[in-house]
Design a protein around this ligand. Structure first.
Ligand code: PGA
Length: 221
C-alpha cells in the first residue's frame, strides 16, 4: 500500500528556492519530511541571479523560481502567485491615500534589494515604465533587512506580499494603494530538461504542488 511504499522511499533532494519563496516552502518541509522519513532535503536559498547560476551549473534537482530565461532548456510548471506590494510604515502620509499615482512615488526615498534580485528588477521595470526615476536611499541584501529599515522609517520598498504577510497583519507595515499594484509575479517549479527527476525529487515536487500556498490576504482586507 501507499504508506508502506513511502516507508521505503530513500534518497536526497536538493532544492533551490528564491528568497521570496523562503516564506512558503520551508514551512512545507516539516510535514513532507514527517511523511517521507527516508528522504533528506537540502535547501538552498538565493536571489534570482544566484539561482539562475545554480541552474546553469546543474547544482540542484528542483528550483522554485520566477520566469525561466528563454535560452535555458528547462521543464516548468506553474507553482503559486508571488504578488509584490509597496510597503511603508503605518505613520506614512500616504498610508490612507487611495489610488495613488505612481508618479507620486518619485518623491519618496526607496529601500531596494541588492542587484540580482528579481523583486528589485521588477520594481525598477515598473517605475521605469511609468517614467519615474527612484530616489534610492538605501540598498540592502535581504527581505528581512528591507522590512526592518522600512519599519524604522527610512523609506518605502517593494517586496513580495508573502515576505510581509505577518507585518501587514500586525499593522507594523502597510501596503500603499498605488495604481498598478500589486505587481503580479508567479513562481514556477522547474528543473533542467535533460535531467530525470529521482523518485525523491518527484515526491517532493508533487508534495509542493498539492500544498501550494494561496494568495496572502492584502492589507486592509
Ligand atoms: P529575489 O526573489 O528578489 O530574491 O530574486 C524574487 C523573484 O525573483 O521573484
Amino acid at each position: 500500500d501507499v504508506a508502506a511504499l513511502r516507508g521505503v522511499e530513500r534518497g536526497r533532494v536538493r532544492v533551490a528556492v528564491l528568497t521570496t519563496a523562503q516564506y512558503v516552502v520551508p514551512k512545507l518541509l516539516g510535514a513532507f519530511c514527517a511523511s517521507h522519513p527516508g528522504i533528506d532535503v537540502a535547501m538552498h536559498v538565493g536571489n534570482r541571479e544566484a539561482l539562475l547560476q545554480r541552474l546553469a551549473a546543474n547544482q540542484d534537482d528542483l528550483y522554485v523560481l520566477g520566469a525561466a530565461p528563454e535560452h535555458l532548456d528547462v521543464v516548468t510548471e506553474p507553482f503559486a502567485d508571488n504578488p509584490l506590494v509597496l510597503i511603508a510604515p503605518p505613520t506614512h502620509p500616504l498610508a490612507r491615500a487611495r489610488d495613488i499615482d505612481p508618479q507620486r512615488l518619485a518623491e519618496e526615498p526607496f529601500v531596494l534589494r541588492e542587484p540580482g534580485s528579481g523583486t528589485r528588477s521588477t520594481a525598477e521595470r515598473f517605475f521605469a515604465e511609468h517614467g519615474v526615476s527612484l530616489r534610492v536611499r538605501l540598498e540592502v541584501g535581504s527581505n528581512e533587512a528591507v522590512k526592518q529599515t522600512v519599519a524604522g522609517g527610512l523609506g518605502v520598498a517593494v517586496l513580495s506580499a508573502h515576505a510581509v504577510a505577518a507585518e501587514l497583519a500586525l499593522g507594523e507595515l502597510v501596503a500603499l494603494d498605488v495604481r498598478g499594484f500589486p505587481l503580479l509575479r508567479r513562481w514556477q517549479l522547474l528543473h533542467p530538461a535533460g535531467k530525470r527527476l529521482s523518485p525523491a525529487a518527484l515526491a517532493f515536487k508533487q508534495w509542493l504542488q498539492t500544498h501550494r500556498p494561496t494568495f496572502p490576504p492584502a492589507a486592509g482586507e
